[in-house]
Design a protein around this ligand. Structure first.
Ligand SMILES: *Cc1c(COP(=O)(O)O)cnc(C)c1O
Length: 461
């Protein structure tokens, strides 16, 4: 039976503002819609199994082959194998280093893609899948509001993809110079708008555009982090690491620095596909709503979210928590109200979470460099600190892999302060300061924005 996708809000009857969507959709429809019509998140109604034999056979094989195994398991009903093969071949053309810290403990660097953050993995596969399922002969127009990393990963991923144009909105005063350079200079089918306003204003402009009937002819769609098309690719690198490092049948622990929980969710699905994950460690920064929930059994979001140095994880109510609750039998909505609690004992058995302070994060960057000559930036350091905490409190000695989610050269000031040198830019970013391009500056007035879209977006190919 083909896999169908339903909404995490489907059972929410009699809740103000929610009209539950009780149907199911295909992967392609979930990919193009992004979010369910009731503002719930799409989840698969079954999870395909991958055999350990097939996984171990990938030892020493390139990343793309692992990607193809996982993609086929989930998507073979809707995409022919030659399409999937081309998608992963085009998407994954960069290395995925596994660095040994000490015996049985590794760092997996997901920072070698074109924008040097792990978000490249998901954005690049999603972009190519979307290109294949757009309506025949028509153009899709993606609108993304970003506060930094997501916009450049998505923009870069769609760069040059046939039939899809991307408009990125970012808050002019809230991005770093290097981030601005990254966003403004993608070029081709990707245009950046520098908005005189805050991130929330950008997001509101995009939301209004999606619900404006006058813009429907442009096939507007989103590429945000709740799209299931971004979750699936994030289960692949867990299978890859396991295939490279594990002895036959051995169990493994992963530590995933977490903000909106999309990355960790990829690991949860990999385990449910059959990967022998002994524990999923999900360290957060000082936004500690989830570790507190696992400790106390009561969920309270952190509002407003706390500003920590691992700024891509400053999330007070993770959007993908709805999918975690769903997988463990619970329901939580977009604003953080719990309608049914999940099975917390089962969750505690599979997941460990801990909040890491900024001080601990800085200390970790110093220690791992001093002891092992490994350079981590602040997000990866939260991951490593979480793993060390877990190993200490549990005495678990399994093979363990912690994820580095961005390249240290993206945070030259913090690293320079702590380690006394500024890390080299990765190959993909060496020319960043010389790149040419520009953004269109705009106020946060909706009518201006709408005019811009009507004058600049294209309809047909
Ligand atoms: C987005 C991001 C994270 C958090 O990932 P989630 O999937 O939101 O939990 C961690 N590190 C970096 C560098 C990121 O850009």
């Amino acid at each position: 039976m083909p896999i169908r996708y339903y909404s995490t809000n489907r059972n929410l009857k009699n809740i103000a503002g929610i009209i539950p969507f009780t149907g199911t959709v295909s992967f392609k429809d979930a990919l193009l819609a992004g979010q369910a019509p009731d503002e719930g998140l799409f989840v698969p109604d079954s999870i395909p199994q991958i055999s350990l034999k097939d996984i171990h056979a990938l030892k020493g094989k390139p990343y793309r082959e692992v990607a193809l195994l996982v993609a086929k398991a989930f998507l073979a009903d809707e995409f022919p194998p030659e399409v999937l093969s081309k998608v992963v071949f085009d998407a994954y053309n960069y290395p995925v280093p596994l660095e040994e810290v000490y015996p049985q403990a590794f760092v997996m660097r997901l920072d070698q893609g074109p924008t040097a953050s792990f978000k490249d993995f998901a954005a690049r596969m999603m972009a190519r899948l979307m290109s294949h399922c757009r309506p025949h002969g028509e153009r899709l127009n993606i609108l993304v509001a970003t506060s930094g990393d997501t916009g450049s990963a998505v923009g870069d991923a769609f760069h040059g993809v046939t039939g899809i144009d991307v408009t990125i909105l970012y808050p002019a005063a809230e991005v770093s110079l290097r981030q601005k350079k990254q966003l403004d200079t993608i070029g081709g089918n990707v245009q950046a708008l520098s908005i005189h306003g805050k991130f929330d204003d950008c997001q509101n402009l995009v939301k209004q555009a999606f619900s404006d009937p006058a813009l429907a002819k442009f096939n507007l769609t989103s590429a945000n982090s709740i799209n299931f098309g971004r979750i699936l690719p994030q289960s692949i690198y867990y299978v890859y690491a396991y295939a490279q490092l594990a002895a036959p049948g051995e169990q493994i622990v992963f530590s995933v620095p977490s903000g909106n929980f999309g990355n960790a969710l990829g690991c949860e699905y990999a385990r449910r596909m059959g990967l022998p994950v002994a524990k999923l460690v999900m360290p957060t920064n000082e936004n500690d709503e989830f570790p507190n929930y696992l400790k106390t059994g009561t969920y309270r979001k952190v509002a407003p979210s706390r500003a920590c140095i691992s700024n891509a994880m400053n999330v007070g109510h993770p959007s993908n928590l709805a999918r975690f609750f769903e997988l463990y039998g619970g329901t939580v909505d977009r604003v953080g109200n719990v309608h049914r609690y999940p099975d917390i004992n089962e969750m505690r058995q599979n997941i460990f979470s801990v909040s890491i302070t900024d001080n601990e994060t800085r200390q970790t960057i110093k220690n791992i460099h001093e002891l092992y000559r490994i350079v981590l930036e602040q997000h990866g350091a939260v991951g490593w600190a979480g793993l060390e905490t877990y190993r200490k409190v549990s005495a678990d000695k399994h093979l363990a892999v912690s994820l580095e989610t961005a390249h240290p050269a993206k945070f030259p000031d913090e690293i320079e302060k702590l380690l006394g040198f500024s890390p080299d830019l990765p190959a993909s970013m060496k020319d960043i300061d010389q790149r040419q391009g520009g953004s269109v500056a705009m106020t946060d007035n909706y009518d201006n924005f709408k005019n811009y879209l009507q004058n600049n977006l294209k309809i047909k190919e």
